[in-house]
Each structure stands twice: as C-alpha cells, then as structure tokens.
Design a protein around this ligand. Sequence first.
Ligand code: NZQ
Ligand code: ZN
Length: 386
Amino acid sequence: MENFIFQNPTKLIFGKGSIAKLNAEIPENAVIMMTYGGGSIKKNGVYQQVKEALKNRSLIEFGGIEANPHYETLMQAVTTAQKAGVTYLLAVGGGSVIDGTKFISCAVHYNGKNAWEILTDPAVSKKITPVKLATVLTLPATGSEMNNGAVITRAATNEKLAFHHPLIFPQFSILDPEVCYSLPQRQIANGIADTFAHVLEQYLTYPVNALVQDRFSEGILLTLTEIGVPLLNHHENYDLMSNFMFAATMGLNGIIAMGVPQDWATHMIGHELTAMHGLDHGVTLAIVFPALMEVMRDEKHEKLLQYGERVWGINSGNPELRIDKAIEHTRSFFESLGIKTHLRDYNIGQETINTIVERFTKRCWRLGERQSVSPEKVRDILNKAL
Ligand code: NZQ
Ligand code: ZN
C-alpha cells in the first residue's frame, strides 16, 4: 500500500426528512446565500423545504446555475454575494450547483483581475480563504457533496477545468434520498455511470496490495450493478435510492483513494467532450472508459482480471479472453442504463479527436496512473471509441 494522508471534515446528515435539520447546522450570525440550478428544486418541493427550515434567517438567493456550471454565470453570483456581505453559502442541487458554489466561495475573496486563474493556477487558489459552504444534495453522482474538488466551464472558450482547495469541503451535506425521486431517468443513468467511473478511476490501475480498498471499491461496483437497472424503473423506491445515494458519496470522498494509485484519464478526456459538444458528464465516461480499458489493457492487466472475476464473475478461460469479456460487460452495463457508448452515436468524429489531442499537447498533459497516457495515446483511445 502507498503512503497517504486522509482527512475529510464533511459532516453527513443522511435520510428522509433531514432538510428540517438545516437551521441548527448553520452558525446563527451567518449571512446566507442559497444557490440553485434551473428550477427543479421549485417543482419537487426542496426549495420550499429549505425556505421553511431557514425562515428566520438572513438569507438571499442566487438561482440559474446551469448544468456544467459556467464561469460567466458564477461571476454574477460572486457580485451578488459581495454586495450582500455573504458569509455562508448553501448549495441546493446536483454536482453543478455544488461545484459552482465551491468556485463562488473562492472567488468572493479573490483580489486579482481574472478569477479564471483560480482554475488555471493552483498557487492563486492556495492564497484564498474561501467562504464556508454546505450542501443539500439532489442528484447522487459526483461526490462533490463530500469532497474538495470542482469542475467549471468557461463558455467563451469551451474549456472545462477542475480545481481543488483544502477548504472547500462542505461543512455538512444533507442527503435525503426522497428528494431524488423527481430525477429524470436520464440523470439517474448519468449518476450511476459517473459513480461507476469514479470507482474505476481509483481501482482499475495496478495492484499495490491494498486489500481493504479493493474490496470497498468492488463493493460499490457490485452494488451499482445490482441496483442500477432496477433503480431506473423504480426511482421512488427508498431502499434503492438510499443505496445509490450512499454509493455515489462513497465513490468520491477519498475513502477508496487511500493508499492506491489513481488514473483519471477518462475524466480528463470526458471533460473535453462535454466542453466541445455539451454531452452529459456521465455519458462521456461511458464512451471513453471501455475504449481506455482496451488501449491500456497491458498496463492494467492484473486489475482487469481481478475486476472481471470479482465484479462480473469471469473466472475461467485464457487471460486475454477474460479481459475482453470484462470490457464487454462494462460496455453492456452502461448500455443497459440507456447510454450509448460510441462517439458515432453522438456524431462526433476525427475533428474533435484532433482538437483534444492538440489541447492536451499544448497543456503538456500526461495522464493515467503511470503518466503514460500521452496525447497520442489519447488519440488511440478516442479512435477506439469511434
Ligand atoms: O438545474 P436544475 O433545474 O436543478 O436541474 C438539474 C440539471 O438539469 C437536474 N436535477 C438535479 N437534481 C434534480 C434534478 N432534476 C429533478 N430532480 C432532482 N432532484 O439534473 C440536471 C443535471 O444536474 P447536474 O448538477 O449538472 O448533474 P451532476 O450532479 O451529474 O453534476 C455534473 C457536474 O459535476 C461535475 C461534472 O463535470 C459536471 O460539471 N463533476 C464534479 C466532480 C466533483 N466535484 O468532484 C467530479 C465529477 O467527476 C464531475 O466531473
Ligand atoms: Zn465524474
């Protein structure tokens, strides 16, 4: 096992009716800004529950944060927060609202000329003390409710970049599975694919004899294969939704990452597909992951065999055939969620591949657990995904 340091300060408040506990969790003198997305929370009653819980508090609102949150929109929220002297942010929504709020929390105290630097220069964000934030999660998928990462899109340049800051872990996150009953099937499928991919990014690398972490990861993957399709058809089933919600949080809160190598190449490639074509985040991962497994099959040989055996029950036959089967099972799983897994299904071809390879070359990116995914390897992966 590799050396590691682990600290995750986010308090989880899980279960039905938990939004009523909001008031007690936010400091009494806080000037709160509640952030939300395009309006789903007004249709499913979450907005009303939050307003009721915080009815005697100093509270302003900023709505309209879009999926794959735009820097341009978030900067408007920053101005609103600065004018009102906001001291506490409450994100009510999915990963996009939470990520956007993490960016707002940093940008409120940023003194430079171009806040996009927070995304491009880790030295800049390090100097900032973010405004405290908390979340009410409405879409299980990203793990953003219990991690310190955020992914922001700049519409003007079609760029989508991630950043991390040690002080943007939410103070607390409320996870009430019932608020997810209103999710459209497409978003549930995206969330399952995203969670599955998060676990693979931290598990499907090379063995380091991290027995507990491997079995935690396999536990999450098996849970998703068990509940995925049933959840699509019964999304008002509390047991299914609560298991999904917990799986998504555990998939990217640092627990399965302890002491193991990590990949993340699929995510970096996927972010480009979203930035350039607007594809849903989960969809991009379902396209890239099977192709990446194929291209990286030698480097990931041992873990692919372990994954095939423990997650898909493939335990006989020659190793190359077993790996073929593990990849086939992965693709079929994504397809069983209703997600198409080839670039051609979305009319994406060589032009996009060339642009992504150019961008990664310019950024001098070498991805993967061994930094062996060069821009040319990225081309191979995307060609396999065609
Ligand atoms: O905007 P509203 O009206 O709220 O509608 C949203 C949105 O249209 C809707 N929705 C959310 N909860 C709902 C609901 N509709 C009905 N009922 C509910 N309960 O779902 C749509 C998608 O929401 P979004 O927040 O965009 O989805 P998701 O949670 O999948 O977040 C995706 C974003 O997170 C980033 C992605 O790149 C993408 O920008 N990620 C963040 C990560 C992190 N911070 O650690 C890691 C991930 O790998 C990912 O990159
Ligand atoms: Zn993801």
